[in-house]
Design a protein around this ligand. Structure first.
Ligand SMILES: Cc1cc2nc3c(=O)[nH]c(=O)nc-3n(C[C@H](O)[C@H](O)[C@H](O)COP(=O)(O)O)c2cc1C
Length: 220
C-alpha cells in the first residue's frame, strides 16, 4: 500500500481525476487530495460536486464526492492548509499527481512558486526526488506553456497530457478517460487493468478495429 497525493486544479478534465482517485483506492492505495480554488469551480461545473471554495467541505467529508467506501482511504485537505502533512518533505508519498494541471499551476510549479498546498506538494516532490506526474490540459499550447513543460520535464517530472488515443476503438467517454488514467497508473507503477491494452492490428477478417457499430455505419 502506498499513499499518493492528487492535486486538483482549475484545468478542465475532472472526469480523469474522479477515475484516477477511485482507481488508486481500488488498486489498494491511500490517497491525499487537495483542490485549488479554481479547481473547486471546475469541479462544481464538471462533476456537480461542491468541495467548498478552498476544498473545506471536501476536507470535512471526502464521501460527499467519492462515496463512503472510497472515502475511507482518502484524506482531503483545504488548498490553503500549507501546514498539512503533504507540505513537508518528511511525508511518505509514492508520488504527487496534478490532475488536471492548469497552465497556471504548471507555471508556478515550474519556477518553484508555491502559493497553496497543491503547488507546495509538487515542489516537495521535486526537491525530495519523488515522483511528480503532471497531467496538463490546454490547447493550443503557447511557447510559454511548452517552455514550462520542458523545464518540468528537465527537472524530472513526468508530463502526461490528457490526450487520449483512438487506436483502441473507444465506444464511450469512459473508454477515453480510462485510456489516460491507465497510462497515469502505469507511469506510477500501479498494476492495473484500467485502460485497454493494445494487442496489435486486427486481421483483415476481423472487426476493422473500429468497433462493430462503426463498421456497420460504414457498410450502410
Ligand atoms: C470551466 C473552466 C475550465 C477551464 N479549463 C482550463 C484548462 O483546461 N486549462 C487551463 O490551463 N485552465 C483552464 N481554466 C482556467 C483556470 O481555472 C485558471 O487559469 C485558474 O486561475 C487556474 O488556477 P489554479 O492553477 O490555481 O487551479 C478553466 C477555467 C474554467 C472556469
Amino acid at each position: 500500500m502506498t499513499r499518493f497525493f492528487v492535486g486538483v486544479t482549475g484545468g478542465s478534465g475532472h472526469a480523469y481525476t474522479d477515475r484516477l482517485v477511485r482507481a488508486l483506492v481500488q488498486c489498494g492505495h491511500d490517497v491525499d487530495i487537495s483542490v485549488t480554488s479554481a479547481g473547486a469551480k471546475v469541479m462544481r461545473h464538471e462533476l456537480g460536486v461542491d468541495p467548498g471554495d478552498s476544498g473545506e467541505l471536501l476536507a470535512r467529508d471526502p464521501a460527499l464526492w467519492l462515496g463512503p467506501e472510497i472515502a475511507q482511504r482518502v484524506r482531503a485537505f483545504r488548498s490553503d492548509a500549507v501546514e498539512a502533512p503533504p507540505s513537508s518533505g518528511t511525508s511518505l508519498t509514492g508520488g504527487v499527481i496534478l490532475c488536471p494541471c492548469s497552465m497556471g499551476t504548471l507555471a508556478r510549479v515550474s519556477v518553484g512558486f508555491s502559493s497553496n498546498l497543491v503547488e507546495r506538494a509538487a515542489d516537495v516532490a521535486l526537491k525530495e526526488g519523488k515522483r511528480l506526474l503532471i497531467v496538463p490540459r490546454e490547447t493550443p499550447l503557447s511557447i510559454v506553456h511548452l517552455e514550462n513543460m520542458l523545464r518540468l520535464a528537465r527537472l524530472g517530472a513526468i508530463v502526461l497530457p490528457a490526450m487520449p488515443g483512438f487506436y483502441h476503438s473507444p465506444r464511450s467517454m469512459d473508454d477515453l478517460v480510462n485510456h489516460v488514467v491507465g497510462k497515469i497508473l502505469d507511469r506510477l507503477g500501479v498494476e492495473n487493468q484500467v485502460g485497454a491494452r493494445w494487442k496489435g492490428l486486427p486481421r483483415p477478417d476481423e472487426d476493422g478495429g473500429l468497433g462493430q457499430e462503426a463498421e456497420e455505419r460504414i457498410r450502410e
